[in-house]
Design a protein around this ligand. Structure first.
Ligand code: PTJ
Length: 247
């Protein structure tokens, strides 16, 4: 790849593109993942490539939900694995969550490549390969989940998701934490906690909040959860995108 100078104004996003490209070359990310990345980049540009205060509140509420959960699971697809493999493992450790691979464009090769990639980044166990349960009401590959993973989870983190599964999981009564740069997406709109932020910033931010809240008692965590309003968070993100005050 062409060397990207450190002072290049788009250095960060060019490096991110390169990671996604590498993911495709390694058989981790789907080719559609390239398109998803482009869409995300456009929203991030309009947000000023920063974490809005409302997204930070959402990350804190997400951390509180995860710490309160009995069976939290972090769902990983090809873009997530390419962009934040080590950060997902750190979050899983901080909140004692399982990691499960769940793909829209599911093949055995990609499932295995992603599980291996996550193990190389420190994951001790990776679910998703058993696929011994189904999410009701979904007829595509994303319906395939592990009975002791996403199927049994009470809180699920679903980053960069398509709307169908997000809605189906919400229908199953699970608390959903969605990370998506598009505040108008169906996934963000069906989430108990929509984090409208780049996954590169959002995952480490949730981990930081989780570490900060590690010693908080249940009542304090429940207060953080109760005080968070998903409608406000979506409205705030949409306002920032529409009104944009880019410097
Ligand atoms: O790996 P697979 O087979 O499961 O496929 C994964 C993709 C991402 C290809 C699939 O889920 C898909 O097509 O997703 P969509 O419908 O394009 O939705 C992806 C959403 O993620 C869009 O709303 C994007 O704006 C958003 N997005 C893209 N990149 C980022 C992002 N959100 C946060 N951080 C990003 N870096």
């Amino acid at each position: 790849m062409t060397e990207i100078p450190e002072d290049h104004p788009r250095q960060e996003s060019l490096l991110t593109r390169h990671r996604i490209e590498e993911g495709v070359e390694k058989g981790i990310t789907s080719r559609q993942g390239l398109i998803a990345e482009g869409r995300g980049e456009a929203f991030d540009y309009l947000l000023g490539e920063r974490t809005l205060p409302s997204a930070d509140d959402a990350a804190r509420a997400a951390a509180a939900h995860l710490l309160l959960a009995d069976r939290p699971v972090l769902s990983v697809n090809g873009n997530v694995a390419a962009l934040v493999p080590g950060e997902i493992v750190e979050l899983a450790e901080a909140v004692e969550a399982d990691i499960e691979v769940n793909l829209f464009n599911r093949t055995d090769e990609r499932m295995r490549a992603i599980a291996d990639h996550l193990r190389e980044h420190g994951a001790e166990s990776v679910k998703g390969l058993a696929a011994d349960a189904r999410i009701p009401g979904l007829d595509h590959e994303r319906a395939k989940v592990d009975a002791d993973g996403i199927h049994a989870a009470d809180v699920v983190v679903v980053p960069l998701e398509d709307g169908d599964r997000a809605e189906a999981l919400a229908e199953m009564g699970k608390t959903e934490i969605v990370i998506d740069l598009n505040p108008l997406s169906r996934s963000a709109r069906s989430a108990a906690v929509p984090i409208v932020d780049n996954i590169l910033r959002a995952v480490p931010n949730v981990t930081e909040h989780a570490r900060d809240l590690r010693d908080a008692d249940e009542a304090a965590l429940e207060r953080i959860v109760a005080e968070f309003d998903p409608e406000d968070a979506l409205r705030e993100a949409e306002r920032a995108i529409r009104q944009g005050d880019l410097e």
